[in-house]
Design a protein around this ligand. Structure first.
Ligand SMILES: CC(C)(COP(=O)(O)OP(=O)(O)OC[C@H]1O[C@@H](n2cnc3c(N)ncnc32)[C@H](O)[C@@H]1OP(=O)(O)O)[C@@H](O)C(=O)NCCC(=O)NCCS
Length: 156
C-alpha cells in the first residue's frame, strides 16, 4: 500500500532537482541558489547514511525532505534525524508532507534506526501540529539543546 497521495511520486533526489529544491529551501526560509544546492546534493547523494527525497506531481517537484542516520554507541542500532522538510505552499494539505516523512522513516528503518527526531523552531506551530498528527511527541522538556558555532570549513 503506497503512502503517497494519488498523482504524487516520492523518490531520491538527483542533481537535476537542484533548481526546484533551491526554490523549496528558499520558501522554507533558507535562501539558496541552484548552484549551492547542486553542491550540497553532491555530498548528500554520496553519503549512504543520509538521503534527500523529493515528491513530485504532474507539475514538478513540490516537496523535499532530508534525513540522516546516526549510530548509537550506548545501544545497538541507529536513530534518524530529519534535517529539513518543506512542501510548496500550493501543494500543502494533500498528504505530501506525511508521505515524505513516511518515506524518510522507511529509509531510516532500512538503516537500522530505532527512532526518528526532528527539531522545529517554536514559531512553526503549524509544523508542530503536523508532526503531532503523524505520531511525533514533543520531548524538549526532557533535555536541553546546546549549540556552538564552529569556524566554517568545506565538507569532506
Ligand atoms: C509542515 C508541512 C511539511 C506539512 O506538509 P503538508 O503536505 O501540508 O502536510 P500533510 O497534508 O501531509 O498533512 C499530514 C497531516 O498533518 C496535518 N497538518 C498539516 N498541517 C497542519 C496544520 N497547519 N495544522 C494542523 N494539522 C496539520 C494534516 O491535517 C494531516 O493530518 P490528517 O491526515 O489527520 O488530516 C508543510 O505545511 C510545510 O512545508 N510547511 C512550511 C515549512 C515547515 O514548517 N517545515 C517544517 C520545518 S521543521
Amino acid at each position: 500500500v503506497s503512502a503517497e497521495p494519488a498523482g504524487v511520486v516520492v523518490r531520491g533526489a538527483v542533481a537535476a532537482d537542484a533548481p526546484a529544491v533551491a526554490v523549496l529551501l528558499t520558501e522554507l526560509g533558507y535562501p539558496s541558489t541552484a548552484d549551492e544546492v547542486a553542491g550540497r546534493l553532491a555530498y548528500w547523494v554520496e553519503d549512504p547514511s543520509g538521503a534527500v527525497l523529493v515528491a513530485s506531481d504532474d507539475v514538478g517537484v513540490v516537496g523535499c525532505i532530508s534525513v540522516h542516520t546516526i549510530p548509537y554507541l550506548a545501544r545497538t542500532g541507529r536513530w534518524a534525524r530529519i534535517e529539513s522538510l518543506v512542501v510548496a505552499g500550493r501543494a500543502r494539505g494533500r498528504g505530501i508532507g506525511a508521505a515524505l516523512v513516511a518515506a524518510a522513516e522507511s529509509f531510516a528503518s532500512s538503516r537500522g534506526c530505532l527512532a526518528v527526531e526532528v527539531t522545529s523552531s517554536r514559531p512553526r506551530t503549524d509544523a508542530h501540529a503536523f508532526y503531532r498528527s503523524i505520531g511525533f511527541t514533543d520531548v524538549c522538556d526532557r533535555s536541553g539543546r546546546f549549540w556552538k558555532e564552529l569556524p566554517p570549513s568545506p565538507p569532506s
